[in-house]
Design a protein around this ligand. Structure first.
Ligand code: HPA
Ligand code: ZN
Length: 326
């Protein structure tokens, strides 16, 4: 059996996926037409050609612009269901997906429209594709603590739909400490806590995510590898890291996939998972992340199996649900 076939056959969970980052150019054009929204591109090819980023902010500017075509409940349902179809084709059985409510409410799209549309797509994924999922409300860290609190307040009527909160957008200059109080409030509400840390930000931000936010799961975490104490601590606590190889390549977090830290992370006993982050922008869904990384750094079948198993272990499924799926 080829390595690609082996990867394709592994049941997986995806734990780091921004639903807005799964907006393929074709759907972007369809929604722009359906909603009468102008976009600054005249073809699908022109959109793809613009996806050439030299850092996180470069990408975020285009990603937030792309989200402008999302207006109605149906748009969010279509977006989510399109992702789940791709995920199911990659043998993803469970996905915990981020959404950025502020990207939409700041444009006048009501919170309820976003959530109800995404939930409708998630319910269809369960009945039509057998893929289960959870929704993670992600705060935009370039905005204020006050705005994050207002978002949490707006989320309260929909709380039963969320498994957790996250922290994303421009990392450098927006340390986790800025959101210590809002994360404490989210925990009080019974939500799990994730934060992007150590993608572009220094190891000190990773420490803050652990010590001030008390996260249950870390998104990216690459720059933890610069700090020996952090490595030991992450390994001892079995903190799950949701690593995104193609994202790291496209956003120049690594120069070449051959330099990717996953082999060293595994060697040091870190609980690593592989994920696609923003697959429409970074050139591949979850299997493509497994494939390209495996090829670049030479992962073994046992390592690939471990990564897939880690994805269920690191999920927010109940312990019996995890046991049934591993
Ligand atoms: N990093 C930070 N914020 C994001 C990302 C990312 O990779 N994708 C979407 N929002
Ligand atoms: Zn991300």
């Amino acid at each position: 059996m080829s390595l690609d076939t082996y990867i394709a056959g592994l049941p997986k969970a995806e734990l780091h996926l921004h639903i807005e980052g799964s907006l393929e150019p074709e759907l972007m054009f369809e929604l722009a037409r359906r909603n009468g929204v102008a976009i600054p591109f005249d073809s699908v090819e022109a959109v793809r050609a613009a996806y050439d980023f030299s850092n996180l902010q470069d990408f975020l500017d285009i990603y937030y612009a792309g989200a402008n075509v999302l207006l109605t409940r149906r748009d969010f349902e279509d977006l989510a269901f399109a992702y789940f179809q791709r995920a199911a084709a990659d043998n993803v059985r469970h996905a915990e997906i981020f959404f950025d409510p502020q990207t939409h409410t700041d444009r006048g799209v009501p919170f309820g429209v976003v959530v109800e549309g995404l939930i409708a797509g998630m319910e269809r994924a369960k009945t039509e594709l057998g893929v289960t999922s959870g929704l993670i409300l992600s705060f935009l860290r370039h905005l204020s603590e006050e705005e994050a609190f207002a978002t949490l307040e707006a989320a309260t009527p929909y709380l039963r739909h969320f498994v957790g909160v996250g922290l994303d957008s421009s990392e450098v200059g927006h340390p986790p400490s800025k959101f210590e109080r809002v994360f404490a409030a989210a925990r009080e509400l019974g939500l799990k806590l994730c934060a992007h840390a150590g993608e572009e930000g220094p190891p000190a931000y990773v420490r803050e995510a652990l010590d001030l936010l008390h996260i249950d799961r870390m998104d990216h975490g690459n720059r933890s590898m610069e700090d020996e104490d952090l490595i030991l601590r992450l390994a001892a606590s079995r903190m799950t890291l949701t690593v995104c190889p193609l994202s790291n390549l496209k956003l120049c977090v690594v120069r070449d996939l051959k330099d990717h830290p996953v082999p060293e992370m595994l060697r040091r006993g870190l609980h690593v998972t592989l994920n696609s982050d923003d697959p429409a922008y970074f050139g591949g869904y979850v299997n493509e992340n497994y494939r390209q990384l495996a090829q670049a750094v030479g992962l073994t079948r046992d390592q690939l199996t471990l990564l897939a198993r880690n994805s269920f272990e690191g999920s927010f499924l109940s312990e019996p649900d995890k046991a049934a799926r591993i």
